[in-house]
Design a protein around this ligand. Structure first.
Ligand SMILES: [Zn+2]
Length: 69
């Protein structure tokens, strides 16, 4: 289960929450009980290189077929 970092804007502490991806955008409550928290993007970073090489390495035809438009 992925972990997400949150920061509390009320007391400034950071904390981790383990939750399913489907709930990643749900509000989290600070361990001190504050509800004014923001999710940080550090933990679930995109692993490098996934975005670029796919079109070049993968089969042609996808973009030719118009499914990428
Ligand atoms: Zn707090």
């Amino acid at each position: 289960m992925p972990r997400y970092d949150f920061r509390c804007r009320a007391c400034g502490s950071t904390f981790e929450v383990s939750r399913p991806m489907s709930a990643s955008d749900d509000p989290a409550t600070c361990p001190e009980g504050h509800g004014d928290t923001v999710k940080l993007l550090s933990t679930v970073a995109m692993t490098g290189g996934a975005a670029a090489p796919r079109a070049a390495a993968g089969g042609g035809g996808c973009c030719g077929g118009g499914c990428c438009s």
